[in-house]
Design a protein around this ligand. Structure first.
Ligand code: NAD
Length: 363
């Protein structure tokens, strides 16, 4: 396997922002996209980081994601709102939707925001972190309209998108924030992409072939693999598998209902009249202000409980118990200090996009 290319975090953020500015985004939007893509890499979720740059630029050029968009209000009440992201960049629409939820929850103690038709929202943990920084607990259920990739438990045909679920709790800034954030597929699509390029293989049984046999072969998702060729999930006739048997599959199903049906954005399928021209995220978010619930000592009690959980004796040969958010905090500290490692294919693809737009590649 070729060596990874390591880039200092700030250099990478500026480079990616420069690419989006050169592609026509306003400076502030380009800076936000650079910031949030880097944030996913810093958290260790490379599948949702700067690797997305070439694909986002292509979507921008094809008009599938639109720069400079704002939220449109679909319905508005004291504790809820349904908002339309108008296919704007998720890195612009996401924070606007979260800030609306924060403002309503601060006034009423809780709020529910249903977001439809947002561009790709990337790492959902960023939105829970934004709410936590404002002192709020938040829960997020997400789907991808037009992004069918995952077979339901017991089936082989694609019926769900990778539908992430995220729950975050405010911290005190001195310890890692408690943050659960995962796709409801056994592995995220980006991890199959990495495996298809000769990277870390996905665990056996992460995919299912159309004949019902479980596999770890990325070709089930992408079709026959051409070395370094493009990867299109429409090319395969297999599917990703939901995590956690019927329980994870059920959670993925409910994400479609909450983020797709309730928001009005739509489920991941079926597609009326054939293939959808673009994908968009729906997200149902719930914001809770612990102080309105009488939990003035919420943060201290949360950390005390986390300590108790972590004090569980490790399994034989194990390194001990982690709590949600801990791995991300460790990776962030390490990558901020030592740079962000990127697969050679990932770095080459970002640099090729930069050169096409006349952006200098950092030395
Ligand atoms: P994952 O399988 O790596 O799970 C991550 C979660 O598990 C984190 O909360 C982490 O803190 C926790 N965790 C990891 N190891 C742990 C341990 N030993 N003990 C306790 N907790 C532990 O995540 P994933 O499914 O690969 O998802 C990756 C990212 O992809 C997420 O940020 C998600 O939001 C994002 N995503 C986005 C979309 C979208 O449409 N925008 C779709 C799918 C996934």
């Amino acid at each position: 396997m070729a060596q990874t290319h390591t880039v200092p975090a700030e250099t990478l953020r500026g480079f990616v922002a420069g690419i989006f500015a050169a592609a026509g985004c306003a400076e502030d939007e380009a800076a936000r996209i650079g910031r949030y893509l880097l944030s996913a890499n810093l958290a260790g979720h490379d599948s949702h980081g700067v690797i997305r740059t070439p694909r986002y630029i292509l979507w921008l050029q094809e008009g599938k994601v639109l720069p400079g968009q704002h939220l449109s209000m679909v319905s508005d009440g004291p504790v809820h709102a349904t908002v339309d992201g108008n296919f704007g960049f998720g890195q612009t629409i996401g924070p606007l939707a979260v800030d609306l939820g924060i403002a309503k929850a601060r006034a009423a103690g809780l709020s529910v925001i249903a977001l439809r038709r947002s561009g790709h929202l990337g790492r959902i943990g960023d939105w829970a972190e934004r709410a936590a920084e404002a002192g709020l607990v938040s829960l997020h259920f997400v789907n991808v309209e037009g992004g069918e990739l995952v077979a339901p438990f017991g089936g082989v045909d694609r019926r769900f998108s990778t539908n992430p679920v995220c729950i975050g709790a405010p911290g005190d800034g001195t310890r890692p924030m408690l943050l659960l954030d995962f796709a409801t597929s056994l592995v995220a699509e980006g991890k199959v992409l990495v495996a298809s390029n000769g990277g870390k293989p996905v665990p056996p049984g992460s995919l299912v072939r159309p004949d019902g046999v479980f596999t770890d072969d990325p070709a089930a998702l992408y079709g026959p693999l051409i070395p370094s060729g493009p990867r299109d999930a429409a090319g395969g006739d297999g599917a990703l598998v939901a995590f956690g048997l019927h329980k994870g599959s059920g959670l993925a199903f409910m994400c479609e209902i909450l983020a797709g049906v309730l928001s009005g954005g739509g489920t991941s399928g079926p597609v009326p009249g054939g293939k959808r021209s673009r994908i968009s995220n729906g997200m149902l978010s719930i914001y809770l202000d612990p102080t309105h619930f009488g939990a003035q000592d919420f943060v201290a009690r949360t950390y005390a409980y986390a300590d108790y959980v972590k004090a569980s004796r490790p399994v034989a040969g194990g390194a001990g118990v982690l709590v949600p958010g801990e791995t991300e905090a460790r990776t962030r500290a390490e990558r901020l200090a030592n740079g962000v490692p990127l697969q050679p294919e990932t770095w080459a693809a970002i640099c090729a996009t930069a050169r096409e737009l006349g952006v200098a590649v950092p030395g």
